[in-house]
Design a protein around this ligand. Structure first.
Ligand code: IPE
Ligand code: IPE
Ligand code: MG
Length: 248
């Protein structure tokens, strides 16, 4: 019997793959009468901390939304600040990820990035490609619809006549990772904003009002606790699940 998602995971105490929409940077800054971009700067520190904590907890894949296809619509000054921050992170932080055996991937379209950023991305991915620890995927100029279309177009270019789930999945960004178990969105909005549309078919959704720069270890613990309380049925009934996976 085939499932409509990839491998259905046994319920684990700690999610194997977490996907995060890091939202609320602008509001965090505004509350402090700071320019919005200061929120992005603090948000990068939050990400660093979260990566450390995920490694400590045994999470294997962390995928974060840093810049959406739609974010190009923001004021030019904010976009260029974000690009500068991205480049700086690529130059300064990749070595540390590498020393900690982490693999870094940037998912999304690279067409609109500057040559410096593209070179930084390629160097970072190459440097960390063989690492076996946590895989950190940064979604930048990413959109869920874009992802599905680029995979379909690659299949068409190969001469495929029909598209199967497996074949499409193979060409999707994250095609070799397990599907996200837990999706977290900070900042109070309860929407997906064109993030991992295909891959999140059965993710457990967690929304919090905490603004991204304030999202600390305790906030992540709260998300983990919520995750542990969920009964993941993947279409089955509760009684069909192994006893240790039943909740309530
Ligand atoms: C998320 O924070 C970061 C990016 C989209 C780059 P926002 O910048 O969206 O913060 P809010 O939603 O305006 O508070
Ligand atoms: C979504 O955040 C993308 C990122 C966090 C990078 P936005 O704050 O741009 O999302 P919407 O457009 O308000 O839904
Ligand atoms: Mg926002």
């Amino acid at each position: 019997m085939k499932s409509s998602t990839q491998t259905i995971l046994a319920h684990t105490q700690v999610p194997r793959h977490i996907a995060v929409i890091m939202d609320g940077n602008g509001r965090w800054a505004k509350k402090r009468f700071l320019p919005r971009v200061m929120g992005h700067k603090r948000g990068l520190d939050t990400l660093e901390n979260m990566v450390r904590y995920c490694v400590e907890k045994g999470v294997q894949y962390l995928t974060v939304f840093a810049f959406s296809t739609e974010n190009w619509r923001r004021p030019a000054g904010e976009v260029s600040f974000l690009m500068g921050l991205f480049l700086q992170a690529l130059e300064k932080q990749v070595q540390r990820l590498h020393e900690h055996n982490m693999r870094l991937r940037i998912i999304g379209s690279r067409e609109r990035f500057s040559p410096e950023i593209v070179a930084g991305i390629e160097a970072a991915e190459k440097l960390t490609a063989e690492n076996t620890g946590l895989t950190l995927s940064i979604a930048a100029d990413y959109g869920g619809r874009w992802d599905i279309l680029q995979a379909a177009n690659r299949l068409l270019a190969e001469g495929a006549e029909a598209i199967s789930e497996e074949a499409l999945n193979h060409y999707l960004m994250l095609g070799d990772a397990p599907e996200p178990d837990l999706f977290i969105r900070t900042g109070g909005e309860t929407r997906i904003s064109n993030f991992l549309l295909w891959q999140m078919a059965y993710a457990e959704l967690y929304f919090t009002d905490t603004l991204w720069p304030d999202f600390d270890d305790a906030a992540l613990d709260a998300a983990f606790a919520s995750f542990r309380s969920r009964e993941r049925r993947f279409g089955r009934t509760s009684e069909q699940l192994p006893i240790e996976q039943q909740r309530g």
